[in-house]
Design a protein around this ligand. Sequence first.
Ligand code: ADP
Ligand code: MG
Ligand code: MG
Length: 888
Amino acid sequence: MADSKFVYFFGGNRTEGKNSMKDLLGGKGANLAEMANLGIPVPPGFTITTEVCVQYLKGKEYPKGLIEQVDSAIEKLEGIVGKKFGDDNNPLLVSVRSGARASMPGMMDTVLNLGLNDRSVLGLAKNTGNPRFAFDSYRRFLAMFGDVVLGIGHDKFEHVLSEKKQSLNIIQDTDLDVNALKELVEQFKTIIERETGEKFPQDARKQLMMAIEAVFQSWNNQRAITYRKLNNIPAGWGTAVNVQAMVYGNMGETSGTGVAFTRDPGTGEKRFFGEYLINAQGEDVVAGIRTPNPISTLKEAMPAAFRQLEEIYVKLENHFRDMQDIEFTIEQGKLYMLQTRNGKRTAAAAIKIAADMVAEGLIDKKTALLRIEPNQIDKLLHPMIDPNATLQVVASGLPASPGAAVGQVVFTAEHAEKMAESGAKVILVRTETSPEDIGGMNAAEGILTVRGGMTSHAAVVARGMGKPCVAGCDAISIDIKKGVFSTGSCTINEGDHISIDGSTGHVIVGKVPLITPEVSEELRTVLQWADEVRTLGVRTNADTPYDATVARDFGAEGIGLCRTEHMFFGDDRIPVVREMIMAESGTARRSALAKLLPMQKEDFVGIFRAMEGYPVTIRLLDPPLHEFLPDHEEALKKLMELESKGAPEHEIDRVKKIMDRIEFLQEINPMLGFRGCRLGVVYPEIYEMQVQAIIEAACELTKEGMNIVPEIMIPLISHVKELQLVKKQVVKIASDVMAEKDVKINYRIGTMIELPRAVLTADKIAREAEFFSFGTNDLTQTTFGFSRDDAGKFLPFYIEQSILEHDPFAVLDQSGVGELIKIGIDKGRSTRHDLKIGLCGEHGGEPSSVIFGHKVGLNYVSCSPFRVPVARMAAAHAALQEEEMNKK
Ligand code: ADP
Ligand code: MG
Ligand code: MG
């Protein structure tokens, strides 16, 4: 049997690989071959396949025939270049470069000028008439080989180099003369011998074999393993090795090396963007030894090479149909390309480039859409820290809500509101937040909490508001009495300025400069394309007319979740809400509710107006009532205050009653307690008032000629009989109001599916419900039996130990919770085939969860306003993926 093919040649009209062979040749190797195929000047070389790496790592043995194939590839190379590997007089030098399928920092670094030794360096000097160049190449090779292949720390060589420069009183490497370089070569060889106990290997072939082996082994070094883990790169891929004839950018003033992008990777603007250095080699440009020149100046410095580079830019972009990140070297005026790959870019650039390339006819709309990561869009819509700023990071927490904020530290919601009213910008710093902090959170620029996870109250509310939030930052401790918070390294006073970055979790001392991104023309365009292909609806979770308006602007097609409890927390409302809760009879409760009615109605009028023509799903009151009462400690303090003041009996009595009520309502497990439709069952008057407000608002606007589509949603149903009971009340009130106003409203009654029992009896529930909305926050909570307010204590360990891949409150757990969703959909539609089904948890704006929603047949997802564009893009991806699947 013939040996398999392990080595693929490129360049010199003998290219065997191509771009589509990335799995076998790695990204670098495949693209080098592709450039050679395109007739772009690439120094010739060959690629040893990833398969060899995989085999080698298994048994530390090369597959049979490999060595022979390498030797014959070297021979071919010698023929093309007209130099001989290991020759004393006219040596062929090569670079040895690693290159996995995906670009992977952490892998072995490149070795340049391999093949040099004490004799051939003299041959090179003579041949080129440039001894300085020859010894410069040799000292570079020794240091790289020592570092990369022999594992001697880079700093050992660096140290000697900088001592040499110091003693000669020079700053730039390029000022080292040939004598200095010769001395360095000797010193470097001494380091190698001292560190390894062996002399530097003079034999070129031995050098090559050692370097190839080092590349393979670097696949399993710690840096590479960590990087793979973080980026989900399978350990089984292996890396290829590229051996390539050297071209020299360090031959003097007509030589140089550079890196460039075919478009601006920061903004996406269509302009050449990059840097180069004259008389330099390899990574001098990125290493920051000398300050590189902007690429535009190359036009004057080396006009011919620049023109050629321009042509290549265009050729590469037209061929790869994407922005390229390239490396090039100019040897005595002649240009060579050393690498090309799709360039990394910011979110803004990704969108601009995708949109521009469609306009230029390079790609079609679908390709453009698939190139935009839905999550990238999220980053675009929040203010961010100026990337050029220097930051003093003093603590880190969870990146709970993206964007950055700057403001003065305040420790209470009340204070936040007060200061904001007087025009100050504040950051609310709390141990944790609760519903009564809403006002303060709304007034603050951003929120920082010591406790709580990605789905803590602070995180959820902040994301909903589109406010930056760093949560669970347990490196800080707050001392409210002293008015300070401290981290290990510093103390920050109330009123001091801090900045938080909710995209990274950083807490920064002082004011950092922010830049505010706006919804660009290009973003609007690509989102429109997304709308053209997607079939999944995208609604928003919005509780105020303002949020509804923002969400409309972001493209929401209705409200999927309007939480009415947030409307109860306003300053003018909370006393009435408390009066309602304190009421001892149905009548007393009704009279308090009557005061709330006009306010609720006003809320709904505002929201309906903002969403005119689109459905608005309103959830009736859901949280346990004690959330609206002051906390026990606070009440106790008040009581003691009154008593010590000798306050009148009736005042003391009143506080005592409140405390009784607080005690009565207090629950061990509020999340599983007296909430949701259970409130509606026990205190029907509350829901009655809410329904009256909804339908009255709808009637009013309908009379104005508007098309209003209210959907009344009953929360936390577990048994169909709960729904039957509550629905009966709803229908009665709605009919009464419509009769009284003499208006007919096309409203619907549906339910949230957020308890496993509801899922399992969804067929029965669907007989009563006209729509379902999966409340995936509670459904995740009740499926796992994890309280989301407490899960922060153990979830990080679950993720660290790979028990769970993601926080299930952020990324839908498809195999568990998702399975329940599928069952719920099937059962629901088995008794009501046109049942409309949505999803309104935090997952509604998370791309993988949105794609899942599309696959299982949801009608829509609903998410916070700022995530609506993300969901639109994810829904488009889902549709395009399905299209692909159907083609196959
Ligand atoms: P990385 O994967 O870290 O980018 P590369 O293999 O691309 O590493 O190489 C590092 C540097 O060496 C780059 O600047 C590259 O252009 C340069 N280089 C690699 N091979 C050669 C060669 N044959 N001739 C000249 N320069 C080279
Ligand atoms: Mg590198
Ligand atoms: Mg490179």
